[in-house]
Every structure is written in C-alpha cells, then in structure tokens.
Write a protein that binds this ligand. Structure first.
Ligand code: ARG
Ligand code: ASP
Length: 724
C-alpha cells in the first residue's frame, strides 16, 4: 500500500516535471524570424533569455516603437537610424552600388574612403531609397473570408489580388502613407505594412575598401572575419518631415526614434536581437523540394561557377583592365557560389533530407488518421509525384541557366533579336542604319564590363558541361555545331567569337553603320543569336510549361502543407518564412565550435586584422593609417583595455536582406551591425542548427573608431546618444 502510494507520488512529480519542461525555453529558442507585432507572446521567453525591456519598446501598436528606427535600405538591405538627425548605419556592401555611382578616377572613394566634415559635404545618391515601417496589421480576416482552402490557386489568386488592391487603397487613404499587403505562410495569412519611403538620401561616410571589404571574397561567408563592413548615410525630408524628392534645402529627417548606442560590449551568452528585413527562407518545404536544391540546383551551380570563376580569375590576374571590368560581377557570382557550398555541407552534416523524411512519416501517419480533412493525406504524395515528374527538367534548366546563359555572349544574344526586328519595320535605308546604331550604342553598359577573350574561354569551359549533362536533350543546332567543330568546344568557341557581331562593340557598330535591307540574314545567322534562340526554344517548348505547372501546383500544395503542419504540431510556434518584411530574431552571443575542440572565439580584434596584413594583396592590404593607429593604440574612447574589437558572432536566425541590420543588446541598444553568416551555417534558409548557424556583425565600437579616428568624422558623434 505504502509502496504504491510512493510510486504514485514519484510518478506525479515526474509528470509535473515533464509538464514543466514545456515552459522552459525550448531548445530551438534561437530559431525564427518573428513578425514584430506578434512578439508579445514571446515576451516571457525573451525575458527568461535576458531581455530587459517591454516588448512595446521594440514594437508598439500605437506607434513610437523601435521599428521606426529600422529601415529597408535600397531594395534588399537593412539600415538603422542612429541619431535624431536621420543618420543611417548600414553595410559597406549595401552602399557599394550607390557609391560606385559617385566614384570617378578623381574621386575614387573605394581607394580613399569618404568622410563628410559637415552636413554641407554630404553627397546626394540618386535612386537610393529608405523605407520606414510605421505599422503592421494582420489583415487575414479581410482577405480570406469566403475563400475555401482548397480552391485552386488561379481563381483564388485573382480574388485575393482584387481584395488586396482595394484594401491597400483604403489604408493609403486612411493613413496618408503607403500600404503594402504581403502573404505569409504561403498564403495562409496576410499582413499590411504601412510605410513611408524617403528618396533624398545622402552619403555621409564610407570607409575605403581596405577596411570595408577587407578579406574580400576569401573571407566572405567566413568566421573569423575582419571586415569593417559599414557605411553611413542620412535621410533628408521635405516639409513636415515628410518624404520629398531631392532639394538642396531639404532638412535632415527629424527622427523621434533612433537607436541608443551601447559601447560597453558583450560577453559570450549575452542576449542579442537582430531587427531587419530577411529576404527568403524555405523552412517548411518537403524533402522532395529540399532534395531539388540539395542534389540538383546547388551542385550544378557550384560546379559551373567553379569553372567560370577560375577562368575569370586567370584573365583578371593577367590584365588590370579585365580585373576592373569583372571585379563586381565576380563578387556577385562568387557570393552565391560560396554560400551554396556551405549550404550543401550544412544540409549534409545535419542529415536534413533524412530529418524531413522522418518528419513526413509522422505527419503522414497523422494525416491518414485525420479524417476531418481528407485531402491532407494527399498533400505529400502529390508533392512527391510533382517533384519526380520535373526533376529531370529542373536538372536541364539549371544546366542551361548556369552554363549556357553563364556565357555572356549567349545571354546577350537576345539583344540581336531586337535588331532583327528593325528589318521588319518600314524603315528607309538611312533610318534603318540610325535605329541599328542606336540599339548598338544601347549596349554600351554591357561592353563597358565585357572582355571577349575572357568570355571566349568561359565558353570553352562551360559548354562541355552542358553538352555532356544534357546530351539526350540538346537543340539540333548545338549538336550540328559541336560535330562541325570536331566535338571540340574550344574550336567551336573560336569560330563563334570570330564570327559573332556581338563579340565586340566595334564590330557591331561597324555593321550597324553599313547595314542595308539585305543584311537581315547576317543577324539571323549570327551564332550568338542562334545559340540563344535555339536553347530558348527548347526551354519554351519542353521545359518551362511543365516546370511552371509544377510550381503552380507546388505553391498550392505548400500552402495546404504549412497549414496542416500547424495542426500536426499544435504546440510549436511557427514563424513565417522570410519575405523581405520586418522581422526580429533573438539569440545570444556565441562562439562557433561545430566540429571539434578548437572552436573559434566569438570576437576578432584589430590585432587580428593587422596580423593578416599583406601589402601585395588587394584583399588583405591594411591601410597604413589604420596600422599607425594600431601601433600607437590610438583608439580614443572606443578601445577596450588596449584592444579594438572588430567583429563578433551570435546565434541569431538571419538571411540575405539582413545585411545592415541593427544588432541589439537586452535593452534594445545598438551593439553592432549585421553583415553576413558563417559558412558552417548558410543552410539556415532551409534548416536552422543552433550549433552551426551564426550571424556575423561589425562591432559598433569599430564603426565609431573608424569614423572618429580614421576618418576624422568625430562631429557625427555629437548627434548620437551613448549608454554604457
Ligand atoms: N556574403 C554577404 C551577403 O550575402 C556579402 C558580402 C559582400 N562581400 C563580398 N566579398 N562579396 O550579402
Ligand atoms: N550578406 C547577406 C546580405 O547581404 C546577409 C546574409 O545572407 O546573412 O543580406
């Protein structure tokens, strides 16, 4: 009797303990990018992890939250407001394109940096915009009522599109601001964002590349990192502090909300938040779709780009003018190339496909028992069959995208089509030549950054990949040409670049100047146009219709799938996949030790930067003034016991678009600016592993030190607000 009573008591406590566990912070506490307006339900957990301010300070229904200090910078980055006078901090790589537009041989800001000495020296950046998110509201109940879950997407989409337009107009009328409604959870929810977009944005400070891109592509996606990847701009406003087109007498934006800066640093384990605009994640897709990324799309892209980057590098190293033409293109191509390698590795180490399969098995068992919604059990089989039906086409398409269209001449082939069209117009001979010349000149932007010899080599190394991988499905023209050139892509490439008008701007202009009505065949037979058209035709006839149909049905099924996953895992808190809307992620400062005892610390310092100095390298050359400051330890008020922190990592869930995001401490104060992720964890767009996923940030003290001591822009500190 006693015994069994004791047993019951023990059992009772075990049950309480297990029940209690559910209220402790979940293991995946650091995964997720949350809609700020839904953070309230995380408050307890965030406070348990260290948050010391009420959620309302981060986001507030009634206005006045820190969301007013986070901006969409340009079209794909984040920035933060750091003074009452509209000063914006973002990444160097986010400001790069705008600064390129302000740069000339005389004012080479990439080499010298730029640091305005006062408001009057700030430089307008035409085309650059900054968008504030004033408020977000869940409008699902205004968009979805009366629409059945299983209504096919074409009909559903058109009803929804109509409702969205009407509702956006209502909000714009009511608020006097812009309103954009976007879909979340694949169309299971809709949120409106009330926004204001400013267009008079000026450059305030931009460190030279020796700081802002230090480490270059070698250290891209890598921790430990040594880059001062930041730049500073300012928002200007017109009357009533509202958006206005550029005018010399616009005033700095009067910011009621801006981030206070905390210069006392952080230690391992400290609570952190990243507030910004992650672009795309796909956390809830099926194993069948993930497998397309993992075993088709990524590997093809990586292999093709490895070849292309090798060829480009050889030519760039041999000739300075080729280097200057290709440096920016190379950075873009290499950025994806390296990210995907990390992604494949991370998915593999995590057995991501197997994990999804195991999940799907559980889901399927549940779905079969779930008689309320009988269609649920058909979701996965349909996704599986859909993927199986197009995997081969996706394979071919990826080879075409990376290998055929990876050859610049072929990709540009389409421009010749426009010229061909001129011959069909009723032009006189002189009008014809005029129009052709105009079109040829319109390609100046292309030739400015094009080198024929380099591209010819790219043809010779990429084309064999395509010819081999897709040999069952090649366009006839490709087969003939290949045979005609004795199965040698190098011979073939020689003749293509010898013959094609597109291979050089002079050749094309020469043709345009002299063309007569009889010359249309010269264009139609141009190898660049043929190569483009023939492969485009294969895509149009044999690939795209099926792939597009698959995408439509997949979108439909994924919407049902997420919604069903939410019923299946009722206890789990689902965050919506990234869609370039404002999100907050929280986690903590944490070193990275994925595979062994070595581990990396969570922070790098200026000493580490100087240790990498290599005066013969463009990527690792430390500016002499920075070395001087290091030698004399002249860190002003920004150093810490004789050292200068540079970058740090934390386990926050971020993605592309989070570049430039404010990294905040437990009081919502700024401690850094996010700019990248660690290689080990770039698969976080599909699967977040807290042991491997780290976001990389510039330490705010490094930013301030560079502005103050390196750039002599100490005047900016007077408008900031500091805390310790
Ligand atoms: N990896 C960073 C992000 O995806 C880009 C960093 C830019 N630097 C570079 N070397 N490409 O945007
Ligand atoms: N570097 C990325 C960006 O520019 C950030 C990331 O992918 O982690 O948004």
């Amino acid at each position: 009797m006693f015994e069994s009573k004791r047993m019951a008591k023990v059992l009772f406590f075990i049950l309480i303990f297990i029940g209690g566990l559910q209220f402790l912070p979940a293991v995946n506490a650091k995964e997720g990018m949350w809609i700020p307006a839904t953070l309230k339900k995380h408050e307890n957990q965030m406070k348990a992890l260290g948050l010391e301010i009420p959620i309302e300070e981060l986001y507030n229904e009634n206005g006045g939250g820190l969301n007013n200090a986070v901006v969409l910078f340009g079209r794909g980055c984040t920035g933060e407001i750091i003074s009452s006078k509209g000063l914006i901090l973002t990444n160097h790589h986010c400001g790069y394109g705008s600064v390129q537009g302000l740069t000339s041989l005389k004012n080479d800001y990439f080499a010298t940096g730029f640091f305005a000495k006062g408001l009057n020296e700030e430089i307008p950046c035409p085309g650059l915009t900054v968008t504030f998110i004033r408020k977000m509201e869940n409008v699902t109940q205004k968009i979805l009522p009366g629409i059945s879950d299983t209504l096919k997407d074409a009909i559903r989409d058109s009803i929804i599109a109509g409702r969205i337009k009407g509702l956006e107009r209502d909000y714009e009328y009511k608020t006097g601001m812009d309103a954009t409604i976007k879909s979340y959870y694949e169309g299971n929810q809709y949120w409106v964002a009330i926004t204001e977009t400013y267009t008079d944005i000026r450059l305030t400070a931009f460190p030279p590349n020796g700081i802002g891109t230090f480490g270059g592509d070698d250290e891209n996606w890598i921790w430990p990192r040594h880059t001062g990847d930041f730049s500073v701009f300012r928002v200007y406003a017109g009357a009533n502090n509202k958006p206005a087109t550029y005018a010399a007498n616009n005033k700095p934006y009067d910011a009621t909300k801006f981030f206070k800066i905390n210069t006392s640093g952080y230690k391992e384990g400290d609570f952190t938040m990243v507030y910004g605009f992650p672009g795309t994640t796909m956390e809830y897709i099926s194993s069948f779709e993930l497998n397309q990324v993992y075993s088709i799309i990524d590997p093809i892209s990586i292999a093709a780009r490895t070849k292309k980057l090798n060829v480009w590098s050889n030519h760039m190293n041999a000739k300075r003018d080729v280097f200057l033409k290709y440096t920016s293109k190379r950075a873009t191509v290499a950025n994806g190339w390296k990210k995907w390698q990390g992604e494949v590795l991370g998915l593999k180490v995590n057995n991501a496909i197997e994990k999804k399969q195991a999940f799907e098995k559980g889901f399927q068992d549940w779905a079969i028992k779930n008689i309320r919604e009988p269609y649920v059990k058909n979701i996965l089989p349909q996704l599986q069959a859909g993927a199986a039906g197009v995997n081969d086409l996706i394979f071919q398409d990826q080879h075409i995208r990376e290998e055929v269209f990876g050859i610049e001449l072929i990709q540009q082939g389409v421009s010749l089509d426009k010229m061909v069209a001129c011959f069909r117009g009723k032009f006189s001979e002189s009008e014809l030549r005029d129009t052709l010349q105009k079109l040829a000149k319109g390609l100046d932007w292309f030739y400015k950054n094009y080198d024929m010899e380099t591209d010819k080599d790219v043809f010779a190394s990429l084309m064999p990949l395509y010819m081999r991988a897709c040999k069952q499905n090649l366009p006839l023209y490709y087969k003939e040409q290949y045979r005609k050139h004795l199965n040698s892509c190098r011979r073939w490439s020689k003749s293509v670049y010898n013959k094609s008008l597109l291979a050089s701007s002079d050749r094309l202009l020469e043709f345009a100047k002299k063309a007569t009505q009889a010359d249309s065949n010269v264009l139609k037979e141009d190898p660049a146009l043929r190569l483009y058209n023939e492969v485009a035709a294969i895509r149009k006839e044999k690939i795209s219709p099926k792939v597009d149909a698959y995408k439509t049905i997949k979108h439909y099924l994924n919407r049902l799938y997420i919604s069903a996953q939410m019923s299946y895992e009722e206890q789990k808190d689902f965050y919506p996949d990234a869609n370039l809307t404002l999100r907050l992620a929280y986690g903590n400062v944490k070193g990275l030790d994925p595979d062994g005892p070595a581990g990396y610390s969570f922070q790098t310092t200026l000493g580490d930067v100087v240790a990498l100095d290599d005066t013969t390298s463009t990527q690792f050359k430390v500016p002499s003034k920075l070395k001087e400051l290091y030698k004399t330890k002249d860190y002003g008020r920004w150093g810490v016991n004789g050292t200068m922190p540079v970058a740090f990592i934390a386990a926050n869930h971020t993605s592309g678009g989070n570049s430039g995001s404010p990294v905040l401490n437990n009081k919502g104060e700024l401690i850094g600016t996010n700019f990248d992720r660690a290689y080990e964890g770039t698969m976080s767009d599909y699967l977040f592993d807290p042991n491997r996923c780290r976001n990389i940030s510039v330490d705010i003290r490094y930013t301030l030190f560079i502005l103050d001591k390196f750039g002599g822009a100490g005047w900016l500190m007077d408008e900031m607000s500091f805390t310790k």
